[in-house]
Design a protein around this ligand. Structure first.
Ligand code: BES
Ligand code: MN
Ligand code: ZN
Length: 491
């Protein structure tokens, strides 16, 4: 999407297909309302009297303008009382959908007239660009009828900020949307297409598209040599070869320490021998959404050309039952040397991640963040609104929470106390892979924390945030915005 910043009050001088104007719940009509009303030949004030023009939050009205006006269509967006960023996002989304339902190829959004209590204009520009850019995502890769190409290509945003500042914020919102679309698409692809090999090829094409990205793929024999017995125990039951994907983005001097992102890339999680029940098992194609968010984030970082070093690592495997599959009670040896008793083959994400977390020690990273659809228990704890946030470093935790708040891609801090960690003790190995029925998201994080003592580390459990079920089934592209914002803020 093309975003062009326009000064305040420049809309009448800009010929556009569509004008998007907020309507707030105030008794006195604004100068803006009067000016647009004049262009509309007085239609607005007439409709306001008959209450046909609603200023109720989320209510949009589409009106066609006289030929003399600088715009062909007017979309008014009810915003109710001056509200918060959450309502702003809802109202703006309603506006985007209304504009998309018209023939408009471009639109001018009177962004400076939108207002919230809890966000400044900087924040609103970023959110607006993000929402306009993400709205054209349609999944069609496995449909014989392809989605219609979007007509809307150019959006003007009016702003009181300096054009350079506003433009850079809009680019950030746009890049986050493009990254989220990459993540949504990978997430939505079925498990028979989006295999570990497919993800590896995605990584290779990223390296072809961006000079600053190099890709390395390790196959199963490479992983065996490295001693990744834990990761390999997950792939034992499937015919699909596992891949260990490393993507290196170099945007700063070589000696600058990188931030490392580690994504869980289980392209289908049947549970293995501890097989899952049938209901909604199809949704376990989404068990690679952590990996998808890593792909989305490196895309956004490359698009923004950030001056940082970033290493992205994905453990890509399929978890299936078979005569060769790992069995409950089996003991495996991880790359760290720690032995693990696999008490439940459905707790496979942590088995993949622990070897990846040991592998990344070699980068002497500034920080390591892993992202995983790790536990059903996290969905019970936090639902879909927040990712579970765990960290062995207070500042890293706070910085990630801030990035989530800024982008409304939120995460919520959870504990890593020794009392929970104890639930993982095993009689037959150094550690068990499950911690019993209580606090399942916490004990999963505690498991990972036993492999991350060498660096600052955080874990995002995105089991609830990564996709929606039911009628709106689909990947959300989270937490690409959170991660990208974190990298913009902290490198
Ligand atoms: N991928 C699942 C977690 C999951 C389940 C995410 C449902 C989203 C929705 C993970 O591999 C898993 O199966 N975890 C088990 C752990 C348990 C066996 C300790 C779970 O959550 O039930
Ligand atoms: Mn599982
Ligand atoms: Zn899983």
């Amino acid at each position: 999407m093309d975003f062009i910043i326009k000064p305040q009050n420049s809309w009448a001088k800009t010929n556009t297909d569509c004008l998007v104007m907020p309507l707030f719940d105030t008794s006195k009509a604004s100068a803006l309302f009067a000016a647009v009303d004049k262009e509309m030949g007085g239609v607005l004030s007439r409709l306001k009297k008959t209450k046909e023009l609603s200023n109720k939050a989320g209510k949009v009205t589409t009106l066609y303008a006289p030929e003399s006006a600088s715009f062909k269509t007017l979309v008014t967006v009810g915003c109710g009382k001056k509200s918060d960023i959450s309502a702003f996002r809802k109202n703006m989304t309603a506006a985007v959908n209304a504009v998309r339902a018209t023939q408009s190829r471009n639109a001018i959004v009177l962004l400076d007239a939108f207002d919230t209590e809890d966000a400044d204009e900087n924040t609103l520009i970023k959110h607006a660009a993000n929402l306009w850019a993400i709205a054209d995502y349609r999944y069609d890769e496995t449909l014989s009828k392809k989605a219609e190409a979007t007509r809307l290509k150019k959006v003007y945003l009016t702003s009181t900020l300096s054009a350079a500042k506003a433009k850079s914020l809009a680019s950030q919102g746009n890049a986050m949307a493009e990254g989220a679309k990459v993540a949504m698409n990978l997430g939505n692809l079925p498990g028979n297409i989006c295999t570990p090999s497919y993800l590896a090829n995605q990584a290779k094409s990223l390296a072809e598209n961006y000079d600053k990205i190099t890709t390395k793929i390790l196959n199963e024999s490479d992983m065996k040599k490295l001693g990744m017995g834990s990761l390999l125990s997950v792939t034992a039951g499937t015919e699909e070869p596992a891949k260990f994907i490393i993507m290196d983005y170099q945007g700063a001097a070589k000696k600058t320490k990188p931030t490392v992102l580690v994504g869980k890339g289980v392209t289908f999680d049947s549970g293995g021998i501890s097989i899952k029940p049938g209901a909604r098992m199809d949704e376990m194609k989404y068990d690679m959404c952590g990996a998808a968010s890593v792909f989305g984030t490196i895309n956004a970082v490359a698009q923004l050309d950030l001056k940082i070093n970033l290493v992205c690592v994905v453990g890509a495997v399929e978890n299936m039952p078979s005569g060769k599959a790992t069995k409950p009670g089996d003991v495996v040896t991880s790359m760290s040397g720690k032995t693990i008793e696999v008490l439940n083959t459905d707790a496979e994400g942590r088995l993949v991640l622990c070897d990846a977390l040991t592998y990344v020690e070699r980068y002497k990273p500034k920080a390591v963040i892993d992202i995983a659809t790790l536990t059903g228990a996290c969905v019970v704890a936090l639902g879909q609104h927040a990712a579970g946030l765990y960290a062995n470093d207070e500042k890293l935790s706070a910085d990630l929470k801030t990035a989530g708040d800024e982008t409304y891609d939120r995460a919520w801090p959870m504990p890593l106390w020794a009392e929970y960690d104890k639930q993982l003790d095993s009689k037959f190995a150094d550690i068990g892979n499950i911690g019993g029925p209580e606090a399942g998201s916490v004990t999963a994080a505690c498991f990972l924390s036993r492999f991350t003592s060498e660096y600052r580390w955080a874990h995002l459990d995105i089991a609830g945030a990564a996709w929606k079920s039911g009628a709106a089934k689909g990947a959300t592209g989270r937490p690409v915005s959170l991660l990208t914002q974190y990298l913009i803020n902290n490198g």
